[in-house]
Design a protein. Sequence first.
Length: 150
Amino acid sequence: MNRLTLMRIIPTIIPAIACLVILALGQATGRATAQPASVDKNQTLGSQLAPGHTLDGYLQNLRTDFRRLDADGNGRIDAADVAKHDAATAARARDLLSLSGEGSNVITLPEIEVHANTLFRSVDTDGNGTVSQQELDNHRRRNPAPAGGR
Ligand SMILES: [Ca+2]
Ligand SMILES: [Ca+2]
């Protein structure tokens, strides 16, 4: 390859490499920002999902959980409720609060049910309305607990 050929090739190669680098960086940062929220959601809501559950049974479980955590019974979980609980229950309440999104410090049952509906559908992969042990195992393999565990 002589110098002249090289001079012709370089201007076409450099933009191509730059494009690849930008694409790779974009994917890396996309993963880094998207993953923690969805993993948290799966952990927080997935802990109430058991084999044999229908969507109704699962939502019933979440409602019971919600009522236990809503210490003052006003239909919202917020910092006032968290302050009334022991450490373990307060941690659970904070997990649910984190579902309401960044900057929000209150969550209602309908908000939780929206997330729960989405989670249930993503676990019930054959769409028969019941979560089997196999579907739950597959889901947990796809969404492993964060390193360090909680
Ligand atoms: Ca409350
Ligand atoms: Ca199923």
